[in-house]
Design a binder for this molecule. Structure first.
Ligand SMILES: C[S@@+](CC[C@H](N)C(=O)[O-])C[C@H]1O[C@@H](n2cnc3c(N)ncnc32)[C@H](O)[C@@H]1O
Length: 243
């Protein structure tokens, strides 16, 4: 709950003597007011003021993501997460194909509410997480981690490493991460925010010994206003230190 309202590094420091009934116990929490609030305000503003079918990253069909899922041999049994899912229709396609274990994570609660509303009768199937992906922690291990146009917003190396640590912790040993960023000949900003551009060499420098880059796929996305954006998708697999 504290992470949901913008705190980061939340930890329970222990129980205390406060109690309101024989069956309750008090607990103390420590947390830092993160800059997640600023990020969250930005994205909330987007999803509460814009037509989501007109934003630059909008796709009617999540074609590239579906083709990558096919490439890695993903099946409906996979435990799947879409980080920074926004209002993408990828979830709709996965539910349609029979996926049962879907987690949707976004910093904007409004984006997730738009998805919930759109899913209608199947809205209860996904698990919804309002969180900054860099501070996400879960007991689940995901077979597929999907990120289209989220990682490239992380400007500081510290944030990029936090993200990669989270990914490494959350991916099952045989899992795949599909990460789509702007390419080196792609835009330098998105939604009025600066972005980093990636190619294999730049990604390799960041993932270092944690992940293997199995494949790099370039894609040209056509925005709703008709302009071209060059993307680079990376298929990553964790490297696990030998026992
Ligand atoms: C450019 S949009 C892409 C949305 C979606 N992946 C798609 O392809 O349509 C970026 C999304 O990432 C979310 N986002 C940005 N920074 C985030 C962060 N640090 N943690 C979680 N979500 C974030 C935004 O709210 C937004 O929905």
């Amino acid at each position: 709950m504290m992470n949901e309202v913008g705190f980061i590094d939340t930890e329970c420091t222990g129980t205390n003597h406060y109690t309101t009934a024989p069956t309750t116990a008090g607990a103390t929490f420590r947390a830092t007011k993160g800059d997640g609030n600023v990020k969250q305000r930005h994205w909330e503003n987007v999803y509460t003021t814009k037509d989501v079918s007109k934003v630059g990253w909008y796709q009617q069909e999540p074609a590239i993501s579906l083709s990558l899922l096919q490439k890695i041999g993903s099946t409906p049994k996979d435990v799947f997460i879409d980080v920074g899912c926004g209002t993408s229709t990828l979830t709709d396609a996965l539910i349609e194909s029979g996926y049962q274990d879907i987690t949707l994570l976004d910093i904007s609660p409004s984006a997730l509410n738009i998805v919930k509303k759109r899913l209608g009768a199947t809205a209860d199937l996904p698990v919804y997480c309002v969180e900054d992906v860099c501070h996400f922690s879960t007991k689940k291990l995901f077979d597929v981690w999907h990120d289209r146009a989220v990682f490239h917003f992380l400007q500081k190396e510290e944030e990029q490493q936090e993200y990669l640590q989270t990914l490494h912790r959350s991916l099952s040993p045989d899992g795949y991460a599909l990460i789509g960023t702007f390419a080196v000949d792609g835009p330098q900003s998105c939604s009025n925010l600066p972005v980093r551009q990636y190619n294999e060499e730049r990604m390799k420098n960041l993932v270092q010994e944690r992940f293997d880059i199995l494949e790099v796929i370039e894609e040209t996305h056509i925005t709703p206003s008709g302009s071209e954006q060059r993307y680079c998708f990376f298929i990553l697999k964790s490297i696990h230190p030998k026992e």
